[in-house]
Structure formats: structure tokens, C-alpha cells
Design a protein around this ligand. Sequence first.
Ligand SMILES: Nc1ncnc2c1ncn2[C@@H]1O[C@H](COP(=O)(O)OP(=O)(O)OP(=O)(O)O)[C@@H](O)[C@H]1O
Length: 459
Amino acid sequence: MSTQVSTVANDNIAIAVHNVSKCHLIYDTPRDRLKQFLMPRLQRMAGQRQKTYFHEFWGLKNVSFEVKRGETVGVIGRNGAGKSTLLQIICGTLTPTIGRVETKGRVAALLELGAGFNPEFTGRENVYLNAALLGLTKEEIDNRFDDIAAFADIGEFLELPVKTYSTGMSVRLAFAVQSVIDPDIFIVDEALAVGDEKFQRKCFTRLESLKNNGCSILFVSHSPTSVVELCDRALFLEAGERLMYSGAAKAVRAYQKLIYAAPEVQKELAERYRVTDQSGEVAEFQSDDLPCAGDTTGPSDAFDPGLVPETTTRYAVQGAEIEGIEIRNASDQIVNLLRPGGDYQFIITGEFRKSFPKVYFGVHIKTISGVEVTGQRYPQEGTYVENVQAGQKFAVKFGFKMAMLPGVYFVGGGVWSSEEPTCLHRMLDALMFRVISLGRAKSFGYVDVSSMEPEVILR
Ligand SMILES: Nc1ncnc2c1ncn2[C@@H]1O[C@H](COP(=O)(O)OP(=O)(O)OP(=O)(O)O)[C@@H](O)[C@H]1O
């Protein structure tokens, strides 16, 4: 058995994982664990055949891959696929049963929330403790402390014990410390999902700058969309095995195709990926494998269950209540992965709790940083839906041609009265959607208002 994390010889390779397997010994009861400790010795002394009181579970099976310097690699797979196990082995916090891992340079990791922090120490003390453990001198930490504090942005909590922190605060501080120490390798597990969108934006920006400075990033996520956005390549694990290691978009498509496939098809599909991966061939995916709102292959093709906002805010109900907002494509499927140029309906449903003589409805779309890109009102300014009654249900449909550029957006809506109280109900960030990319970008910003192919005239 080998349990090494050593240094890679090749300068271009930051992480090399060689045939790593991890076996967990599973005991059905604590008694079995005790029996396993005692019985084999007694059986040996009595000259009897030695029995085992556990069964083996291989959480990782013969996984190999390399991450180049400056490369960002996503690790994807469903729950229990082995992602965390793999990352812990690469960080050296878990030993492989078979195989070995080589890394080059300083490894920073954000694997488990709160890991590495002493709850009794203040944030400041933990910064010094953590950075020292990562190899920084006192002077180096002094020089970077303001940067860390500014990034974490948790105010006076920095001087309070970490046990008083919310989860979000711990993540902020942990990310700040780990990313400011100039790591050569940065390993992030899902932690980004915990912060608010603004903090996520900050984290992505920091990851971009780490990447530009040659840092290699290993990123585990359940959100395939952020893997496509952030990663160059992705490793797709299924039941502890490597099913694919390829360009991020391709691996994510394969992953989505597998998880949304009918159970009887999944096995066959996984086998196809495995064989293709082992043969070193490039897996072929038709363009219709892309999640696309116009597809008629089922709503799940254009629906990512991971796209759920964490910032949904419901205003007080003052005479009406919005029950939900959804997006439907031309085939009336609920979608949240939208195709540029596609036609969609944003539908607000709810009920009036009181009667009103004049009301109107609105929907808006915001970016991750809160910029309101567009919105619609019904009916138009100065006009109203008249005489709505208490107990009456409503469904308001707003049509959108998706002129927005690839990215993630947030949808909110509201219902207002011409009289006090003006806002009858409002929901912010009720849902989020992603405009997928269909090729190389030729516009930038938020919307594509180009009307013709650009021309160049050289004289
Ligand atoms: N200490 C352990 N003892 C027994 N089984 C374990 C242990 N640690 C992990 N496993 C098992 O190994 C498998 C892989 O676990 P791992 O946490 O790496 O998966 P994961 O892909 O990170 O899952 P998730 O997305 O849910 O975090 C799972 O089936 C898990 O139950």
C-alpha cells in the first residue's frame, strides 16, 4: 500500500494522481468493530481460520489524472461519487489505500466549512494560525492581513471568537485566508455556494486572478453551470470511477445526460463513457446533447435543478400574494437553461387577498451583481387591470425574446395597486436562469443588440 503525496517532477504539472483507490471498511455494528479488533488474534492463537467482521467499500477506484499549472479543473459527479474523498487525498488529509498523489508547491484548500479554524480563537488569531500552518512567516501575514480582512469584510467580528460566526462569515474568512497566501494549488469544495451572490462574485474574481498568476484550481461543484463557467477541464466521477476527463462543457453535458437519463439507460451510457475515456478517444456528443430550451426531449434537458437562488426575498403580503414565478419555453416546459434568441414566457401566479379597483404587475431580470437588465409591466404605464376581487387567482404571462448574453440572471416580480398600500406583494430573486452559450461570443455586456454581422472595410 502506498500513501504518498509527493512533489511532481514535471514543471508543467501541478497535480498528478496515479491509480488512486480508497477502500473504506464498513462495520454493520460497533460490536463488529470490536470483534475485528480482538477475534483475529484469538483465532490465530487458536489456530483457527481468521474471520473478518467488516465488508469493504471502494469509494474511489483506480483514478488517475493530471492538472497542469494554471489550469482549472472541475470535479463533477452525483452524491457519493467520490469527489470529496479524492480532494481530501490530494490535500493529504486522507490516505489512499492504493496509488499515489504528487503535487507541486503550496496547496491551499477550502474543503470543509470551519475546518482549520479553532472556534475559541478570534478571527484575527485564526488568520495568523492558518496562514502560519500554510507556511507564511509572521511578517508575511502582517503584510497580507489588511487584504485578508478587506476580502472577508466581516467588520468587528474579526475580533470575536469564530464560534460566534455565521456559516457565511466562516466561509468568507476561510476563503480570504486561503486565497491570499499565494497558493500554487487551490482546492475548493462547494464552499462558494454558501456565500451570497456578491461574495460569490468576489470569489470568482479572486479565482480568476489566482488562475492568471499560474495557480492551479481544483473545483468541486454540484452546479454544472459554474463548472462550465470556471473550469478548463472537468473530471466526471461516477461510483468512485473516472468516467471522463475532458473539456469542461463536454464533461458537464455527459454528466447531465447521465443523471437525467432513464435508469435503464444510465448503465449503458456510463459504460460508453468509460470505454471511450479509457481508449483515449474523444467522446462524440451531438449538438442536441446541449441543454436547450427549444428541445422537445423533456423538460429536464433544459432544467438545472441546481439553479436555485439563495437570496429569494418575499415582501409582506398586503392584499395579494405571489405564489410563484416560472419560465416556460415554446413547448410549455418549465426551463431555466435558456437558449439565446429563444422565446420564453415568464409567468407570475398568485391570488388576491383583498379587492382592488386598479392593479398592475411587473417582472424584472437582474444580473448576479444586482444590475436590472430589463423588466416589463402589465398593463402599460397609466393603465390598470380593474376591479380585481378578493380570492381571485391570477396568472400573468410576460413574453421575452432572450436577447441577453450567456450568464446567470435572477427574476423577480410584483403586483401593485394604484392606491395605498401601493405594493401588494413582491418577490425578489424568485428564480434564477442561465442563458447558455451556443458558440464563440461576438457580443459582450448583458444584451445582444447586434443587427448584422460586423464588417471591416480596409482602405
Ligand atoms: N469514512 C468513510 N467510511 C465509509 N464510507 C465512506 C467514508 N467516507 C466516504 N465514504 C463513502 O465513499 C463514497 C464517496 O464519498 P464522497 O464523500 O467522496 O462523495 P462525494 O462525491 O463527495 O459526495 P457528495 O457530493 O455527496 O459530497 C460515498 O459512498 C461515501 O458514503
